[in-house]
Design a protein around this ligand. Structure first.
Ligand SMILES: Nc1ncnc2c1ncn2[C@@H]1O[C@H](COP(=O)(O)OP(=O)(O)OP(=O)(O)O)[C@@H](O)[C@H]1O
Ligand SMILES: [Mg+2]
Length: 269
């Protein structure tokens, strides 16, 4: 993942419980989740790992980068200091300049990448993301490109900012299940596009090729200042790998809930 220096702090995005900040960097504008946000660095780790996994699985997502804020830049921005921002590397999602959240049926119907919709749904099951079903701010349509993008992977792995080795082990003991309120707000719209015989083939192809080495790669280059302990890191790595290895269980569960999916013998590996 590239890293860029912050040039100028613009403003708070004004929504979102992690209070993302809009910053101008040497690579243009980024929506940045910062060290010093009230939920801690775990949400940056969640964003980082999910971004890399999204890239491997072909999920449409804005480019991400590590945004560096050094002491002299921070000193020149007292607003940032008063928000509790620390020096170091932060997680940035490249700003979609004409982005529409609160997606609605008619606009969704105009996007060019409707074939990515099943992939986003299956991706959410892998990362145990309960935060895209009802939250209207976690899908964005790039109006210029007519493209649906997945954003906000802060509250993933069921527990969001609160996971650790012990908690992940507990989840591991539970039966696999789909995300909460599966037929809620956004999913209700998305599920219309889970149709035909093999809607999940695009992502299943990627899953077929993925290896443990790829999952290890998702954890490489996590900034030291995010303080991820080895035990927690290994536990999350294992958690993700287990869910990928058991993808056929998710497919069975999805099949029961996706009524437009005509089925077929589509997920034999
Ligand atoms: N890359 C981006 N381009 C344009 N807008 C963005 C981008 N990333 C985030 N936003 C905007 O900022 C809002 C908040 O970002 P995000 O959802 O990542 O933060 P959050 O604090 O985790 O939100 P939540 O309230 O869902 O917990 C989004 O709903 C969206 O409107
Ligand atoms: Mg959000």
């Amino acid at each position: 993942m590239p890293s860029y220096n912050m040039i100028k702090y613009e403003r708070e995005m004004g929504n979102g419980i992690t209070n993302p900040l809009l910053m101008k960097t040497t690579d243009g504008n980024y929506v940045v989740k910062v060290i010093g946000n009230e939920h801690g660095t775990r949400i940056l780790i969640n964003e980082f790992v999910c971004y890399k996994l999204a890239k491997i699985l072909g999920i449409p997502i804005p480019d991400a980068a590590l945004i560096n804020i050094d002491q002299s830049t921070l000193s020149l921005n007292p607003d940032l200091e008063s928000l509790g921002v620390k020096t170091g590397l932060h997680f940035g999602s490249k700003l979609v300049p004409r982005g529409q959240t609160y997606i609605q049926g008619p606009l969704l119907n105009l996007v060019k990448n409707k074939d990515d919709i099943p992939s986003i749904i299956l991706f959410d099951q892998i990362i145990y993301n309960n935060d895209r079903v009802l939250n209207p701010g976690n899908l964005i349509i790039d109006i210029k490109e007519k493209k649906l993008l997945a954003i906000d992977h802060s509250h993933t792995f069921k527990l969001g900012a609160l996971w650790n080795e012990a908690e992940l082990k507990k989840i591991h003991e539970e039966d696999l299940c789909l995300v909460k309120d599966f037929h809620g707000l956004n999913y209700k719209l998305l599920l219309k596009y889970v149709n035909g015989y093999n809607p999940f083939n695009k992502i299943l192809q990627k899953i077929h090729e993925i290896s443990q080495v790829d999952i290890n790669w998702c954890f490489e280059q996590i900034p030291i200042e995010w303080e991820l302990k080895k035990g927690d890191k290994d536990a999350l790595n294992h958690f993700i790998w287990y869910r990928i290895e058991n993808i056929s269980s998710f497919m069975e569960l999805l099949k029961e809930q996706c009524h437009e999916w005509k089925g077929g013998e589509s997920f034999e590996f």
